[in-house]
Design a protein around this ligand. Structure first.
Ligand code: 5AD
Ligand code: SF4
Length: 492
């Protein structure tokens, strides 16, 4: 009898990829996916520790499973990911009904530990070493990148995939848990990345997004001393026939080198979009965050990106209400957002994370109400800029990769026939989201769309006549029936 697994994912793209590969591995061992915890033999949470809110959500979800576990003591409940690494003992105390605690560097162990938990009925824990627990090499070795053979039916779409090129982070921004939960920065060997990408393209994958916490600091030193940089990797991947689009996230401002920008400009398959978080527009705050750059450096870097890659779209992250952020500091952040003209920005209220340098050194002294107001104010400024930037596209013809039905038509999609018209959504080469009406056959295709309207977050278009005549696409891809999404996307 086949066992059923249920998974919930919160957090970043790396977690989405981790969930995909864990579920893909379990599927190869005969598991099928359950739609709810009640139907599952194994219930997994892939967790995030970046903000307290994300952790609270997981503890509430675990609390709700207490009675399920009473009624079905055979069920295996697992906590995977950053919370497992950071709070291993706390999870066991707060949720004693949890059977499995597995950090992001130990995911390959999940299938074996499920069996152990089932047979021994004892808590199974697999976490990596803390950064101060041993020498660099030993800590590195305890964080293992888990990149098994990919299963296209486990991805949100079969024609798009994430590929990990780097794990961990060495930047140690003072507010951030990632360097301790995901361990030291380690770049995967280019040959492994290329082999994985080749396999994905053979499976029908048209768009690959390279993942790393600071992806542009990717650097692999070969045995003979040669070095492969992200720009070299992009050039090598670019040659894969069948691959149409290459993206990479997330960039660190200090590592935005000219060779990378030249590669982005000159390689036609590389998306003209850079996500480069600034975090703050105040030098004092940046210093306290230990970001290692000034606002002037950041704005020069933006100018260099725009000069080297004409038309490039840039997005950013900001934290408001960081320790010691005065009204004057915040005003400087507003000024940066006004000047930088990002496509969009992700704005977060500072959340103190125990164990980080900021928690040890500085008081979390900006009141919640002030954080909320600054968040809203900065968002309003960015939204107005996004609206203006998006409206500049009206009247232009863009090429989009159609990703699926829009949110509005998700339910209609299941019953739709190729001759129906649905509202579809896709992204341009500058990562702008486009919505247009079209046949579900267009899903998975790159088509031309004429932009007729724009909101701050979306471009509205009509399929150009040339594109609408083409009828290949989803129907031609393997596992077309895999839609809609198999492994649900993060709930955060
Ligand atoms: N509080 C709030 N936001 C944070 N981020 C990282 N750590 C914290 C924290 N402690 C934000 C940063 C980062 C994004 C992924 O999450 O902006 O770029
Ligand atoms: Fe965290 Fe800074 Fe590393 Fe990004 S660069 S993951 S914010 S420590």
């Amino acid at each position: 009898m086949s066992r059923k697994v249920y998974i919930e994912t919160v957090g970043c793209q790396m977690n989405v990829l981790d969930s995909e590969v864990v579920i893909g591995t379990l599927r190869r061992q005969g598991y099928t996916l359950a739609d709810s915890p009640a139907q599952a033999d194994v219930i997994l949470f892939n967790t995030c520790s970046v903000r307290e809110h994300a952790e609270d959500k997981i503890y509430s979800a675990l609390g709700r499973l207490r009675s399920l576990k009473r009624h079905n003591p055979q069920a295996v409940i697992g906590v995977l990911g950053c919370m497992a690494q950071k709070d291993q003992h706390r999870i066991a105390e707060r949720a004693p009904h949890v059977d499995l605690i597995v950090g992001p560097g130990q995911l390959a162990e999940v299938p074996r530990l499920i069996e152990e938990a089932r047979s021994s009925r004892r808590l199974q824990m697999a976490v990596s070493l803390g950064r101060a627990e041993a020498g660099r090499a030993e800590v590195e070795a305890s964080f293992v990148s888990f990149d098994p053979v990919r299963d296209p039916t486990m991805r949100p779409t079969p024609f798009q995939a994430y590929v990990r090129i780097q794990i961990g982070c060495d930047k140690f921004c003072t507010y951030c848990v990632v360097p301790s939960t995901r361990g030291p920065e380690q770049s995967r060997p280019p040959a492994h990345i290329l082999a994985e990408a080749r396999q994905l393209v053979e499976q029908g994958c048209k768009e690959i997004t390279l993942l790393g916490q600071t992806v542009n600091s990717y650097r692999f030193q070969h045995g003979d001393g040669r070095v492969t940089r992200l720009s070299d990797l992009l050039a090598a991947l670019h040659d894969l026939p069948g691959l149409e689009r290459l993206k990479f996230v997330t960039n660190f401002p200090k590592d935005m080198t000219d060779d990378l920008l030249d590669a982005v400009r000159s390689l036609p398959k590389v998306v003209k979009y850079l996500h480069v978080p600034a975090q703050s527009g105040c030098d004092l705050v940046l210093q306290r965050m230990k970001r290692n750059y000034t606002v002037a450096f950041y704005t020069d870097m933006l100018a260099r990106c725009r000069e080297k890659v004409p038309g490039v779209a840039i997005s950013s992250d900001f934290i408001v209400g960081f320790c010691g952020e005065s009204e004057e500091s915040f005003a400087r952040t507003v000024r940066l957002v006004e000047q930088a003209r990002f496509k969009n920005s992700y704005i977060f209220k500072y959340s103190e994370r125990p164990g980080t340098k900021a928690a040890q050194r500085y008081a979390d002294d900006v009141p919640e109400e002030v954080k909320k107001r600054r968040n809203n104010d900065l968002l309003a400024v960015q939204t107005e800029i996004s609206r203006q930037e998006h409206r500049r596209w009206i009247g232009q013809r863009v090429s989009i990769l159609v990703e699926g039905p829009s949110k509005r038509d998700q339910n209609r999609f299941a019953a739709a026939s190729p001759s129906d018209t649905l509202q579809l959504t896709g992204r341009t080469m500058t990562d702008h989201i486009v919505v247009c009406d079209g046949s579900p056959r267009l899903i998975g295709q790159i088509i031309d769309v004429d932009i007729i309207d724009a909101s701050p977050f979306t471009l509205f278009g009509v399929v150009s006549s040339a594109a609408s005549c083409d009828s290949a696409g989803l129907a031609g891809l393997p596992e077309a029936a895999a839609f809609p999404r198999r492994v649900p996307l993060p709930v955060l």
